[in-house]
Design a binder for this molecule. Sequence first.
Ligand SMILES: Cc1cc2nc3c(=O)[nH]c(=O)nc-3n(C[C@H](O)[C@H](O)[C@H](O)COP(=O)(O)OP(=O)(O)OC[C@H]3O[C@@H](n4cnc5c(N)ncnc54)[C@H](O)[C@@H]3O)c2cc1C
Ligand SMILES: NC(=O)c1ccc[n+]([C@@H]2O[C@H](COP(=O)([O-])OP(=O)(O)OC[C@H]3O[C@@H](n4cnc5c(N)ncnc54)[C@H](O)[C@@H]3O)[C@@H](O)[C@H]2O)c1
Length: 472
Amino acid sequence: MDLIKTDICVIGAGSGGLSVAAGAVQMGASVVLIEGHKMGGDCLNYGCVPSKALLAAGKAAAQHRRGAALGITPDEPVISYGAAQEHVAQVIAAIEPHDSQERFEGLGVQVIRDWARFTGKDEVEAGGKRIRARRFVIATGSRPLVPPITGLADVPHLTNETIFDLRAAPEHLLIIGGGPIGLEMAQAHRRLGCKVTVIEGAKALGNDDPEAAALVVAALRGEGIEIIEGAQVEAVRGEAGAIEVKVAGGQVLTGSHLLVAVGRTPNTDRLNLEAAGVTHGRGGVEVNESLRTSNRKVYAIGDIAGRGQFTHVAGYQAGVIIRSMLFALPSKARRDHIPHVTYCDPELAQVGLTEAAAKQAHGDGVQVIKLGFDAADRAQAEGKTRGFIKVMVLKGRPIGATIVGPNAGEMIGIWAMALANKMKIGAIASMVLPYPTMGELSKRVAGAYFSPKLFESSLVKRVVGVVQSLVP
Ligand SMILES: Cc1cc2nc3c(=O)[nH]c(=O)nc-3n(C[C@H](O)[C@H](O)[C@H](O)COP(=O)(O)OP(=O)(O)OC[C@H]3O[C@@H](n4cnc5c(N)ncnc54)[C@H](O)[C@@H]3O)c2cc1C
Ligand SMILES: NC(=O)c1ccc[n+]([C@@H]2O[C@H](COP(=O)([O-])OP(=O)(O)OC[C@H]3O[C@@H](n4cnc5c(N)ncnc54)[C@H](O)[C@@H]3O)[C@@H](O)[C@H]2O)c1
């Protein structure tokens, strides 16, 4: 068996692995990249990209159904579900070259298409080769969790890995799980003409600010999606086209298709981690703040590292370990400035602490400032006044922001910058923004932090009085 010696061996060519490989090779390191399945990983093939593309099709359909308040007669769009899914496939195809084997080989990366397994503390086997590296990066991601629900193994069901293969619209899509995957797919399918029922064991979007999550859930219900909360699924049975879901308490729901979206399982099984002395558990590979595993030569990033399952987290972590691997500089991964967005309409965006988490961590020292989208003239003009921005401030600095409303995912950017750079809230208040934009809400909410200090201060009023009496 051939032996390849390299500086860095990256396992997994998804969001995390590709970022490490591209960065490291362009800075002069020799890199071997091993991928067992599709280049681009989950995000490109089964995750972010297809889900946002299908949501875009749903949004286009929804435009037809609204507009009455703006003087436009709504109509029921003619929808081709198959064509919407073809749009999804085309979007993947358009982005694919960026993540392709050819592009990475062009950059100088040696790409091996096989499943990798450790054979020792500094050696991996794949593609009939032994790869010995100074440093390894495990970036093998996650796959859909198959929960222990009675009957599930025998009932045809979809996951995020198969739902984008459908070409005929499900008549009635049952979705187990009201997390981001469940709700994004619920809205896309509802808007594309399907009947949709979401069955959630606890609270839908339960990891987010409850007030913001409630607004999204209400909007989805308003579009005709049935969302049943507090309904743990215990058993499923039936066949394609006629599926029965039984929840705790005895309620039975029926539908034509079933999507299971109840979280993720880390892809550790093929890696033979014991041979490398890498500790792992149910949450994935265990890492320290520098994203190093129990084997100092081995790092782990992305979904497998269990510190936030988002593409931008994997990308950020890639930068952190490149600094450590290539320049031997101390480098720690922060978590306090990471945003996330659920791309339903309205979007729900969060960075830093939620109101509850901020109050729990800092007590009464936290000031919460909130403003509705109705305060933005642009939102009024567009008839999109549903939603709010909420900012948590500690000693003059934002420590968290929640935005729910149109384009919340774009609007959170400024707060992500503020948290990343530990900026004062005055920096946001002092910006001049174009009028009328939704973004003005960020400036307005920051301004609201100072309003009581300026407008309700007897000292300020006295100073103004004195100055005015002296000015000629
Ligand atoms: C439906 C859905 C929607 C999502 N939407 C968003 C979104 O809008 N925004 C966002 O930020 N995140 C989103 N995510 C999450 C995002 O897709 C993941 O966080 C991201 O892909 C993780 O990147 P990764 O590099 O850790 O893993 P992956 O991208 O999954 O890549 C891991 C790769 O490793 C390979 N692999 C596994 N084991 C081995 C082995 N032993 N040898 C060789 N190769 C191996 C796999 O085949 C895979 O290609 C979404 C996820 C889903 C499922
Ligand atoms: N927009 C985005 O960034 C985006 C979109 C989709 C997914 N993701 C990533 O993928 C991850 C996984 O998403 P997800 O939605 O699968 O998982 P999740 O863990 O966020 O949500 C799963 C939901 O399923 C419920 N559940 C679990 N078992 C159940 C049962 N037996 N019956 C009924 N309900 C049950 C849970 O209570 C939970 O609310 C997310 O946490 C996120 O990191 C991100």
